[in-house]
Design a protein around this ligand. Structure first.
Ligand code: SF4
Length: 449
C-alpha cells in the first residue's frame, strides 16, 4: 500500500498545529496517518499540495489565530491551488457552520476523524467538500514527533467533565475519556525506542482525573507507575486539578524518582466568591495549603489565573493579587476572561469592561514576574541536573532545563563550560547555578551525568 502510493502519489502535505500541547499530539498522530498513507510530509506550507490547519477555539484570541491561519492557507490555495483542510477545535465547535463560514476550505474534519484522512484528501482532489465528524476516535496508530526528540507529550485522555463555568472545552472535546494504561505504555516504549525520548510530559484537560471513566477510580498513580518502567528518565505532569491532588497522590508523586518535582495546577482565581461562580471545587484556603504542601515536598509549582471573570470586584481582584504576592508559586500564566457563547458564565450579567480587564491583567503580570524572579533567585548556589537543549548563539552560551522547568512555557538555564566539553543535546549535566537573568538561571557546567 505505502510503496505503491508513495511512487504513484507524490502529494505533499503540511500540517499547521495551533493551540495547546494536546493539539500538538493530535497533529503528530495525523502526521503518522499521512505518512502511512504514503503522503510526503513537508514543513513548508508554500510547498504543500494540501495544507491542514489544526486549530484551537477555546477563547476569542485562539479563534482569531485560527481564522488567520486558515486565511494564510487560503492565500496558498489562491496562488497555487493548494487544498485547505481545517481540523481541531474550531470545526469541532462549529460543526454545522464551518464550511459555510470558510468557503476557502476544501474540507473540515473533527478531532476523532484522522484515521480517514487519506480518503478525505482524495475527495478534495475529486472536487468534493467533505465535512467529517464522528464522536468516537480510533486508537491512534503511531506519531511523528514534532518536539526535539529528547522530550514528548503524552495525551492520556481527551475531553473534560469539570464544567468550569467559563470554559468551552467540554462542549468542544466532549466527555472525559481516558486511554488505557497499556496503550499509553506501548506508545511511550515506542517513543523511547524510535526517538530516544528521555522526558515524558503527561497532558490532558485534567490529568488527575485519569482513569476515573475507564477503571472506576482516579488512576494516575497506576499509570505513572507503569510509565516509570518504559525507559523514560523524567515524567512531568501538567494540568492537575487542585481538588484531585490528595495527600496519597502527592506522597506517591514525591516518592517516585522518575517523576520530576514539578506540577502544573491551574488555580484560576483566589477569591472564594469568584471560584464559586467559576464552578471550581476548591477555595482559597485549600489552594494556599496545597501550594504549601507541594513546596514542602520540593515541588516547583506552575499555575494559571484568570482575571475579569463576570462580577469580579476590586476586592476580589485585590485578593487575587495578594494571593500571588504571598504565595510561593514558581511560574504562572495570566489570562483575561473570554466570554464564550454556550458557557454558563457568558450568561452572567456583570461582565467586566474590557479596559478594566486589560488593566488588571497588566497588574497581575507585573506582580507575577516579581514573584517568579524572586523564586528564580532561590536556585543561586545550588547545583541542578539539566537536560541540554542547544546553543543560544546571541548569548554565546549553552542552554537547557532543570527538573523544575517545563519546555516552551517556563524559563531555561543558560550555562558555560570549559573549552573541552561539548555537551550533547538530550543528555543530562550537572550545572552550578551562579546567577539569574530575569526568570532564567545562569550557571557553569560541572560534569556530565
Ligand atoms: S478543568 Fe480545564 S478544561 Fe476542564 S472545564 Fe475546567 S478549565 Fe475547562
Amino acid at each position: 500500500m505505502k510503496e505503491e502510493n508513495a511512487k504513484n502519489n507524490p502529494v505533499s502535505v503540511g500540517v499547521i498545529s495551533l493551540g495547546c500541547d494536546k493539539n500538538r499530539v493530535d497533529s503528530e498522530n495525523l502526521l503518522a496517518y499521512l505518512a502511512n498513507a504514503g503522503y510526503r510530509i513537508t514543513g513548508t506550507a508554500a510547498e504543500a499540495d494540501v495544507i491542514i490547519i489544526n486549530t484551537c477555539a477555546f477563547t476569542k484570541d485562539a479563534k482569531e489565530e485560527a481564522v488567520a491561519g486558515i486565511l494564510e492557507a487560503a492565500a496558498e490555495k489562491k496562488s497555487r491551488g493548494a487544498k485547505v483542510i481545517v481540523t481541531g477545535c474550531l470545526p469541532e465547535r462549529y460543526r454545522s457552520e464551518i464550511l459555510e463560514g470558510f468557503p476557502e476550505a476544501d474540507a473540515a474534519i473533527g478531532i476523532n476523524d484522522y484515521e480517514g484522512i487519506d480518503g478525505i484528501i482524495r475527495s478534495c482532489f475529486k472536487g468534493e467538500r467533505p465535512a467529517v465528524f464522528s464522536d468516537k476516535a480510533a486508537e491512534a496508530s503511531g506519531r511523528i514527533l514534532t518536539t526535539p526528540p529528547h522530550y514528548a507529550y503524552l495525551k492520556i485522555s481527551d475531553g473534560c467533565d469539570n464544567r468550569c463555568t467559563f470554559c468551552a472545552i467540554p462542549n468542544i472535546r466532549g466527555k472525559y475519556r481516558s486511554r488505557s494504561i497499556e496503550s499509553l505504555a506501548a506508545e511511550t516504549e515506542g517513543l523511547v525506542l524510535e526517538y530516544g525520548v528521555k522526558e515524558l510530559i503527561l497532558v490532558a484537560q485534567d490529568t488527575t482525573r485519569y482513569g476515573s471513566d475507564l477503571y472506576g477510580e482516579p488512576s494516575l498513580e497506576r499509570l505513572v507507575e507503569r510509565l516509570s518502567q518504559t525507559g523514560v528518565e523524567w515524567i512531568r505532569i501538567l494540568y492537575a486539578y487542585p481538588e484531585m491532588l490528595d495527600d496519597k497522590l502527592i506522597e506517591y508523586l514525591a516518592s517516585n524518582p522518575t517523576v520530576v518535582k514539578y506540577l502544573d495546577v491551574p488555580l484560576q482565581h483566589a477569591s472564594n466568591g469568584v471560584l464559586k461562580r467559576m464552578g471550581r471545587r476548591n477555595d482559597k484556603q485549600y489552594a494556599a495549603a496545597l501550594i504549601k504542601k507541594l513546596k514542602s515536598k520540593g515541588f516547583a509549582v506552575r499555575t494559571t489565573f484568570i482575571t475579569g471573570f463576570p462580577g469580579e470586584t476590586e476586592e476580589d481582584f485585590a485578593e487575587l493579587l495578594a494571593f500571588i504576592n504571598e504565595s510561593e508559586i514558581d511560574y504562572a500564566g495570566f489570562f483575561s476572561y473570554s466570554k464564550e457563547e454556550g458557557t454558563p458564565a457568558a450568561r452572567l450579567k456583570e461582565q467586566v469592561p474590557a479596559r478594566i480587564k486589560a488593566a488588571r491583567l497588566k497588574q497581575l503580570q507585573a506582580a507575577g514576574s516579581a514573584v517568579m524572579e524572586r523564586r528564580a533567585k532561590a536556585y543561586v548556589g545550588k547545583t541542578l541536573t539539566v537536560i541540554y537543549e542547544g546553543v543560544d548563539f546571541d548569548r554565546g552560551v549553552f542552554y537547557g532545563r532543570s527538573r523544575y522547568q517545563a519546555p516552551e512555557i517556563d524559563s531555561v538555564v543558560y550555562f558555560t563550560a570549559d573549552n573541552e566539553t561539548v555537551p550533547e543535546v538530550g543528555c543530562f549535566y550537572e550545572v552550578a547555578i551562579t546567577g539569574t537573568d530575569g526568570l532564567d538561571l545562569t550557571g557553569v557546567l560541572r560534569k556530565e551525568i
